[in-house]
Design a protein around this ligand. Structure first.
Ligand SMILES: Cc1cc2nc3c(=O)[nH]c(=O)nc-3n(C[C@H](O)[C@H](O)[C@H](O)COP(=O)(O)OP(=O)(O)OC[C@H]3O[C@@H](n4cnc5c(N)ncnc54)[C@H](O)[C@@H]3O)c2cc1C
Length: 494
């Protein structure tokens, strides 16, 4: 198959990110996005991981200043979990649990204490409600361990502008697919217009028009690990609340709730299992715990967790929700779109736009494993959360299938937060790494066989270091101050 033209079915974040990535990396390709004004976009998905800025500003070399001006994000350094028996714990993007300091005999994870819930710079900043160190010129000093909170509609708007200025064509049309020998033959609009290309990207969201409906690819169901299948979403205009540099994930009776920090709006969503709570009862619980949400401004979104067995079949590649979905506990959907889009761009580029069977097989293997890694990691969040004793959480603790995380859990139960097994048990392409597992296992106070009592010298060092980190963070910049600094008139971006 020689690829010179691509049709992208879908103008949500997945379709636009795929089109933009392919056009930036392979500018000679002709790329058109087809999107249905009648169907619209899902319009949720507001937290990212640190993969997102790396994808756009390093891999695609887009200008951050346009992103800040149009998408109006705030920063996210990680997640604050109100989860497990501790008051709370922080999971930063900075891989802090596996670090070993020269003054200590073990890696950081062994020294975690409830009264100092930070292990390094990133979590110290989170705990002090600060986002970045301050530079002498009054600007924030960015680091590589941040992600964003972005309102979906603003993200899509920025992506549309970037697509247009990169030469991607965007056409409004509701289409139906015609199947052909190698996959899809054409997409046909309701006015009879036929759209054809060498390669079709299915970014049609949960409908999965091409890979699911037309190609009838088998679905790999994740519901033995992930029991939640709905979310009720609401929010309120911010008044005096601080803009936290993290997403909050709070345990609820039959699931959990996110709190996402936009500059002028606070977004909350209760992700729940419909087998354990009705839509009305979930809505009532969300409103009871968040009385500022206007009662007439909630909506329920249904989803299923799983992925298609292959996402690249013949001349069709699925991306985003049409390829797979896991619930948003680690906000990984936009990350997966980055991974899918960049691996497709690299596969096409390296094969001189003539990908053979081995490239397609590798693409499917790699991306399938990425989805499964997320499922495995999320399973650990559910299996060990002892905060509430409700039927839902009792079921999670007894029935959650750990799949590929089982060996990591066995190792942790015997050896505690040791990093010795890191590379052997967690594949290098796993975006959470052993550190992510340690953060969740230590954070949830999962018992293990090798508790370590630091020596008095180590204890004194650890406390002094923690105080120093907190003091440094306290003079850093909060989200609001950092946004203001970036908006000074005439600011020159480096
Ligand atoms: C409750 C919930 C919370 C989430 N939170 C997060 C989060 O915090 N972080 C995160 O990264 N992700 C999150 N997500 C995932 C988020 O939805 C996706 O990241 C993202 O928005 C991708 O959507 P999409 O582009 O695949 O689908 P959609 O936005 O649904 O877009 C589908 C597109 O296909 C078009 N289309 C469909 N059929 C046709 C047709 N026949 N003809 C023409 N056009 C068609 C539609 O018009 C639309 O343009 C969340 C999802 C849910 C359900």
């Amino acid at each position: 198959m020689k690829v010179a033209s691509i049709l992208v079915l879908g103008g949500g974040s997945a379709g636009l990110m795929a089109a933009l990535t392919l056009k930036r990396k392979l500018p000679h390709l002709s790329i058109r996005v087809l999107r249905s004004p009648e169907i619209g976009i899902i319009g949720v998905g507001e937290g990212t991981t640190a993969t997102f800025p790396r994808h756009f500003f390093e891999y695609l070399k887009l200008k951050p200043q346009e992103f800040y001006a149009q998408a109006e994000p705030t920063w996210k350094l990680g997640i604050k979990f109100i989860w497990g028996p501790r008051p709370h714990f922080y999971y930063s993007f900075a891989f802090e649990f596996q670090k070993r300091l020269p003054e200590l005999s073990r890696n950081n994870g062994f020294y975690y204490q409830d009264d100092i819930p930070w292990l390094g710079h990133a979590s110290a900043y989170m705990a002090q409600d600060r986002a970045f160190p301050r530079q002498p010129n009054g600007l924030p000093r960015f680091h590589n361990n941040h992600a964003f909170h972005i309102e979906n509609i603003k993200l899509v708007h920025w992506l549309e502008n970037q697509c247009a200025s990169s030469g991607v064509m965007i056409t409004d049309a509701t289409v139906q697919a015609e199947k052909g020998g190698n996959g899809i033959q054409a997409l046909v609009g309701s006015d009879g217009t036929r759209y054809t290309a060498d390669l079709y990207i299915d970014a049609s969201g949960f409908r999965s028009e091409l890979v699911g409906r037309v190609m009838e690819e088998p679905y790999v169901d994740y519901t033995d690990s992930l029991f939640c299948d709905r979310a009720v979403i609401g929010g309120w205009q911010r008044t005096y609340e601080p803009v936290h540099p993290y997403t909050t994930a709070e345990t609820m009776d039959s699931g959990w709730a996110w709190q996402i920090e936009h500059e002028t709006f606070i977004n909350r969503g209760y992700v729940y299992a419909s087998a354990h709570i009705s839509d009305d009862a979930a809505r009532e619980e969300l409103l009871r715990k968040n009385p500022k949400i206007p009662h007439d401004r909630t909506r329920v979104v249904k989803f299923r967790s799983g992925r298609y067995a292959r996402s690249w079949i013949g001349n069709v590649v699925a991306m985003g929700n049409s390829a797979g979905f896991v619930e948003p506990l680690e906000a990984t959907a936009l990350q997966m779109i980055c991974v899918e889009a960049s691996s497709l761009a690299d596969s096409l580029g390296d094969s001189l736009c003539e990908p053979g069977d081995s490239m397609v097989r590798l693409y499917n293997r790699y991306n399938g494993a990425q989805w499964d890694d997320i499922r495995n990691f999320l399973a650990v969040h559910y299996m060990f959360n002892t905060r509430l004793d409700t039927p839902f959480w009792r079921r999670c603790r007894t029935e959650t299938a750990l799949h590929g995380a089982a060996d990591i859990i066995d190792f942790f139960r015997e050896n505690g937060p040791s990093v010795v097994a890191g590379a052997a048990l967690v594949h290098p392409s796993n975006s959470f790494g052993m550190d992510g597992y340690l953060a969740l296992l230590v954070g949830q106070a999962v018992p293990h066989g090798k508790p370590y009592m630091p020596t008095p010298t180590e204890e004194a060092f650890w406390r002094k270091r923690a105080e120093g980190l907190a003091a440094e963070a306290r003079v850093g910049m909060g989200v609001v101050e950092a946004l203001k600094a970036l908006r000074q008139p005439g600011l020159q971006w480096g």
